[in-house]
Design a protein around this ligand. Structure first.
Ligand code: EPZ
Length: 443
């Protein structure tokens, strides 16, 4: 992977129909939630991405049996023999979402030994909401060095008030509460579509969960939950990225599976820019016809249903080439404007002050050597490369592969001039325990 890069050339207007893969931020927590059950579950529409293979490796390290058929996006997970509750630093540092097994392990065993996830390029990313909530539920959390040891002879149902509607903390507390006797309330909970999909998953397993206004999730503990069959919801963030790519190249695309009702504020901003958006029946399906004279718009990211932070970087690219000035405020993560300096290499005019970027639209961007610092930055730089004159070489493709399943191939089918150069060519997904995955992937 060392020498891997994406090569992107100015692309003609993207045209056509695009399919979506399953949502990364839904499938990762759904796989973790299977630890609450004992038996074989089947998940469909599972994306073949690096993060998914990491979560599979984590479950196998805990004792699960896994069979993954990438070509069918089919994942079978048997958790009957899960008998460990230790998550190594090696896995944790590769993927922060590994923290999402802490709730299920505490619920299943009363134990969880987890390496501290540490920060990432997006910021310090503490897990205090997770740990304080577990402590309130009766978990003793001890830290020695970079390791956390959670112990609970019995979890207690509690009212948990979150200072901020954290996605991960909401999901972890919910999973820890499903088997906890009594009623747990999560007040100021996150209600992202991926969180709502997890609620569907847990209810399918037999959990009792209701949502009460304002933003309170109520979980009544049950004795046990059972394995399930579930289809992962389509990736609204992939849909948003494809629409932005079409807008950036002056194209027209349709995405029949796109969940328009999960992208309201984002679509509003595209329309304010002048792009023509039509939505399908029951808010499913989005078609975009790009305007030739896009106006700059301003927005600030916020928890759902506000403007998604995961579309901030790609949406910034559109503002770089729009008429006028745009102000983008990133309020969810304290350090999620790293992509700005790479866009400046391509000729963008951006002034950053704390977590606010002021973008003055320019006539054109120019190809350059750029480095992706995280999943969504990779997407933004690829889109900038499709709109820019000349050739762009993007390194840091491990982030691209973590977040998307061969998105470069999907974009190329719509007319983009984009190629992934990777001496492994096949996904270098060798998870930690090589023993399992390679043997389990049916040829
Ligand atoms: C989830 O991360 C997503 N990841 C992120 O997607 C997404 O950007 C984020 O939610 C917000 O929508 C997955 O679902 C795997 P948070 P998560 O807890 O759960 C602070 C992508 O590109 N915070 O809602 O980690 C935190 O530092 C990724 O797909 C605390 O201070 O997000 C951040 O500033 C990136 N203490 C804010 O809250 C805590 O205990 C939101 O974090 C927890 C969070």
């Amino acid at each position: 992977m060392q020498n891997a890069y994406l090569k992107i050339e100015q692309s003609s207007p993207l045209q056509g129909v695009a399919e979506l893969t399953g949502a990364k931020n839904a499938v990762l927590v759904t796989i973790a939630s299977l630890l609450l059950t004992s038996g074989k579950s089947v998940l469909r529409n599972v994306p073949y991405s690096a993060d998914v293979l990491q979560m599979i490796a984590l479950l196998e390290q805990l004792g699960a049996q896994v069979i993954f058929s990438p070509e069918n996006h089919l994942l079978e997970v048997d958790t009957t023999h899960v008998n460990k509750w230790h998550v190594s630093a090696e896995i944790m540092k590769k993927m922060r979402a590994s923290i999402l097994v802490m709730g299920p392990l505490l619920a299943r065993f009363g134990y969880a030994d987890i390496a501290l996830p540490g920060g990432c390029v997006l910021g310090t990313r503490p897990i205090d909401y997770h740990l304080n909530s577990f402590r309130k539920m009766g978990v003793e959390v001890a830290q020695d060095g970079d390791f956390l040891h959670g112990r609970a002879s019995q979890l207690c149902a509690q009212k948990i008030v979150l200072a901020y509607p954290s996605v991960g903390a909401t999901e972890n507390i919910m999973m820890a509460s499903v088997l906890t006797k009594g009623v747990t309330r999560i007040v100021n909970a996150a209600l992202e579509p991926e969180v709502l999909d997890l609620i569907e998953v847990l209810k399918k397993m037999g959990a009792h969960i209701e949502i009460a206004p304002p933003a309170t999730i109520v979980i009544e503990g049950v004795q046990e939950v059972h394995p399930i069959e579930h289809t992962i919801l389509s990736d609204r963030l992939e849909a948003g990225s494809l629409l932005i790519a079409a807008a950036a190249t002056g194209g027209s695309i349709s995405i029949p599976q796109a969940p328009a009702d999960a992208l309201e504020v984002f679509l509003l901003k595209l329309e304010e820019m002048g792009h023509h958006i039509t939505v399908g029946e029951h808010e499913v399906g989005i078609t975009l016809h790009a305007t030739k004279n896009p106006h700059a718009v301003s927005f600030k990211t916020s928890p759902y249903p506000g403007f998604p932070t995961d579309l901030q970087a790609p949406m910034m690219v559109l503002q770089c080439l729009a008429e006028g000035t745009s102000i983008i405020e990133e309020t969810v993560f304290e350090n999620r404007l790293v992509h700005v300096r790479e866009l400046e290499k391509m000729g963008a005019q951006i002034v950053v002050h704390n977590n606010t970027a002021t973008i003055t639209g320019v006539e054109a961007l120019y190809g350059a050597q750029v480095i992706a610092s995280d999943i969504r930055a990779a997407c933004a730089l690829a889109i900038a490369g499709m709109a820019a004159k000349g050739t762009t070489i993007m390194t840091g493709v491990q982030h691209w592969k973590r977040g998307y399943e061969s998105l470069e191939k999907k974009l190329a089918l719509l007319g983009a001039h984009i190629w992934l150069h990777d001496d492994e060519d096949e996904m270098d997904m060798t998870p930690l325990n090589e023993r399992s995955i390679s043997k389990q992937i049916r040829a």
